[in-house]
Design a protein around this ligand. Structure first.
Ligand SMILES: [Zn+2]
Length: 53
């Protein structure tokens, strides 16, 4: 089963949930980042940490 969850906040590609596995990470506030953007941009780790506070 493939379900469209939303679009990546950086590249605007569609991010899907396949068999219960999200092909990206959620950053809070309904924002989603695909795995390729997360791997290519270490700055997003800072954003992710800020959202946990
Ligand atoms: Zn992306």
């Amino acid at each position: 089963m493939i379900e469209l969850v939303g679009t990546c906040i950086r590249c605007n590609k569609n991010v899907y949930c396949t068999d219960g596995f999200l092909n990206g990470i959620t950053l809070g506030g309904g924002r989603i980042l695909c795995f390729s953007c997360k791997e290519n941009d270490p700055l997003i780790d800072i954003l992710e940490k800020n959202d946990k506070k």
